[in-house]
Design a protein around this ligand. Sequence first.
Ligand code: ADP
Ligand code: ADP
Length: 229
Amino acid sequence: PPALEFRDVWFGYRPAQPVLRGVSFEVPRRGHVALIGPSGAGKSTIFALAARFYDPGGGEVLVGGVAAGAVSRARHRAGIGLVEQECPILDGTLRDNLVYAAPHAGDDEIRRVVDITNLAGLVARLPHGLDTRVGEHGRELSGGERQRMAIARALLPRPRLLLLDEPTSHLDLESELALHQALDEVARRCALLVIAHRFTTVRAAAQVIVLDQGRIVASGGHEELMKTS
Ligand code: ADP
Ligand code: ADP
């Protein structure tokens, strides 16, 4: 089954004001799908429904072929890693920051996500490696490092689907490239759904879905979309 499936999903925050109007799409296992569209189109709402912060008013949301309503919210969310635009940093070590959603993760697991997200170089440069304090009273991390740390953190519980909200906003070019490399690695291991504005983020995705006013108005490979627009 696909990692994520929306089947004719309708949703509104208020009665008679639908924000999603019959949205259907799939993110295949190991798929890399980008969701683009103007501000207010409903992109974040799709994330909120995928993560089950809300239930759809109509239609179905399925994760790994299982209807969201058929399992507890906790069970549903266990399969999903969510990386929001603001990456909160705990005032503790880099290790504390990585493991807080997966407190029993061992060193091998931590090394795995550090490698996938291109953070190995950073860890090597930190005076105490993973045990260096970061955050308010420790070393500052750059925007790109924070983003990749947030992705590593989300990957530790081994989700089947990672949702990323505007991962490349506020990044300089070098950080953006490092992030893209990381996302390519991530895509080999789990499905990705990325909210994107920038062209470069979209180019890395195998499929692009264009949302406008709560409807999917176009979707396809990057090249395909360029031809038709
Ligand atoms: P996007 O992420 O594409 O910018 P959103 O999903 O955030 O779009 O918003 C879609 C529509 O839903 C907008 O009209 C927005 O004002 C409205 N909306 C978003 N979140 C809420 C909320 N919590 N309560 C009420 N309306 C909301
Ligand atoms: P449950 O029904 O399992 O108790 P909720 O859906 O009420 O869970 O919320 C679980 C967690 O998700 C809470 O910490 C809540 O603050 C957070 N949450 C709920 N809605 C949103 C949202 N739209 N964006 C971000 N976090 C949210």
